[in-house]
Design a protein around this ligand. Structure first.
Ligand code: GRF
Length: 200
């Protein structure tokens, strides 16, 4: 069975959506470990509540990025993670890390990439005046939110939307498409061909 390592930094609502989909048997996989770079991330509580192994590799204490990542990799390898899911993980992975798990790292981003990569993107979408935003699940490459796109969901931007309401509408879709992308991976249905990901 596919073993997933989830990297988190905060609230963990996407982690929760993945846990729920696995418990509902929508995905044939298990979460081998949840690793947080923040000791107080609520995501850790969610994992513990479901009996999932957790680890903290504190990025504030381990300031050398290579040393920090080696520790994260050590935990992922000890737990035999086949797929790494970034779920609100607020750090960029180094090229060495990405290479180590090439084609096996996914991320969820709250915008329709390639529009609005980076941070605070719901606010940026509102300020830009786009009529639609949404979310993207993509494989991770060396860039920031630039890897091959697996699934996207579109969310209309309403006239009275605020950053909070738009974020909530997008989050609802995130919780739907992230487990779906993981299911496809678990069923070996994703084929990366250059920039394109085909669902076979
Ligand atoms: C989500 O909006 C996700 O797209 C972004 O960070 C947020 C994490 O939320 N990468 P949560 O921790 O999963 O609740």
């Amino acid at each position: 069975m596919l073993k997933i390592g989830v990297l988190v930094s905060g609230r963990g609502s996407n982690l929760q959506a993945i846990i729920d989909a696995i418990e509902e048997k929508k995905i044939s996989a298990e979460i081998a470990v949840v690793i947080s770079n923040m000791p107080d991330a609520f995501a850790l509580e969610r994992a513990k509540k479901h009996g999932i192994k957790t680890a903290v590799v504190d990025s504030k204490k381990i300031t050398d990025k290579a040393v920090y990542e080696e520790q994260v990799i050590k935990v992922l390898e000890e737990r035999k993670a086949d797929l790494i899911c970034l779920a609100g993980y607020m750090r960029l992975l180094s090229p060495a890390f990405v290479k180590r798990f090439s084609g096996r790292i996914m991320n969820i981003h709250p915008a329709l990439l390639p529009a609005f990569p980076g941070l605070h993107v719901q606010k940026k979408a509102l300020e830009y005046g786009v009529k639609f935003s949404g979310c993207t699940v993509h494989f991770v490459d060396d860039g920031c939110d630039t890897g091959p796109i697996i699934i996207q969901a579109v969310v209309p931007v309403l006239d009275d939307d605020t950053e909070k309401t738009l974020s909530e509408s997008i989050l609802e879709q995130e919780h739907r498409i992230y487990p779906e992308a993981i299911r496809l991976f678990a069923e070996n249905k994703l084929k990366i061909e250059g920039r394109r990901v085909k669902i076979v």
